[in-house]
Design a protein around this ligand. Sequence first.
Ligand code: 5GP
Ligand code: ZN
Length: 114
Amino acid sequence: MAEDCIFCRIAEGEIPSEIVYEDKDIIAFKDVSPQAPIHIVIIPRKHYTSILAIPAGDAIMGKIQTVISRLAIKFGVAEDGFRVVNNCGEAGGQTVPHVHFHFLAGRNMAWPPG
Ligand code: 5GP
Ligand code: ZN
């Protein structure tokens, strides 16, 4: 755990959040500032600053993919569709330096996202 990391603190339960899924490796919770009717943040419990910090061959990406599928079913959007976003680094719009994936659904998404 990184002491000053807000997502590590959410994973530890030190900061309250509305958790929608958790297991020993991953936690998913509602975004505090939702950009869609359904906006979930998916994180590994382990602190990696960004997607670039995940070691090659680490199993976490496959586990995240499984959680994405579970969320699509849980929220009933597997058929309608949804969007998954990873912001990486400053130009990518990343504001919290603990790798995370946004799961967005419940409205039609524009492309390009801007
Ligand atoms: P980023 O901009 O780094 O891709 O996404 C960070 C996301 O975390 C933002 O959508 C922001 O609203 C969300 N966020 C930041 N702080 C908190 C918090 O304390 N609780 C929750 N639930 N979401 C947060
Ligand atoms: Zn962290």
